[in-house]
Design a protein around this ligand. Sequence first.
Ligand SMILES: Cc1cc2nc3c(=O)[nH]c(=O)nc-3n(C[C@H](O)[C@H](O)[C@H](O)COP(=O)(O)O)c2cc1C
Length: 236
Amino acid sequence: MNNILEAIMHRRAVKAFEPIEISPEMREQILNAARHAPSSFNMQPYLLFWVESSARKTAVAKLCLGQSPAETASALVVAVADIGSISATSQGQLAWMRKTGFSDDKLRDYERTAKIGRIIFMPGPFGIFGAFKWTIFRLINLWKTIGMPPVSRQNLFKWATKSTSLACENLMIAAEALGLNTCPMEGFDGRRLAKFLGLSLRYHEIVMVIAIGKRSSCYIESPRWRRPLEATVTVL
Ligand SMILES: Cc1cc2nc3c(=O)[nH]c(=O)nc-3n(C[C@H](O)[C@H](O)[C@H](O)COP(=O)(O)O)c2cc1C
């Protein structure tokens, strides 16, 4: 089988790990794979916290409700949807485009798109601007085919969570390809974990925590079940 398919098919949510150390090189490869995932408007609206120091890992594992993958992992990655970085990211990309020598036309195009993006993606105070945007887009949609942008803060988090989840999957497949194992977890105390990491309630929402390590030799994997293909797929 192709190597990528092999990593995808062999990946399991592993519940117990051996105590091994993950080298900085491997850590970088895994995190690099995560940030190469596609993201909406290439906004990469997420933060990844790699927790490996013993004391912090113990604290985070406790906030993951003491689950065994968290307690035994070599590292825990906290994936956070970040809606506060949109402006800085587009400015970062613009600076990179200037440095790379993109034409003035391309720069102007990107500047214009980024400006529209900032307006579209801004919920405004108390969501008032969001409600206004929703009304405008809904009215236009009565006679024109258009996509609905995320209008409320909740919609923005939903938007950011999609890209965050893709980065998480990349991260897990990369770990698998490098001979490691993972377990994604949404069993955690989000409020306490956010406080522990110094996150802002306004801009950040924890999507999942991923335990990474080497599957314990004592761990017995349960058989894997999936819905039949026809229950999931419609071919039109
Ligand atoms: C978003 C998400 C949250 C999950 N949360 C937990 C969790 O808190 N604890 C846990 O042991 N497994 C968790 N899992 C793992 C699933 O239980 C597991 O992926 C599923 O049973 C399928 O098994 P497989 O990944 O081994 O194929 C989670 C998976 C996902 C995608």
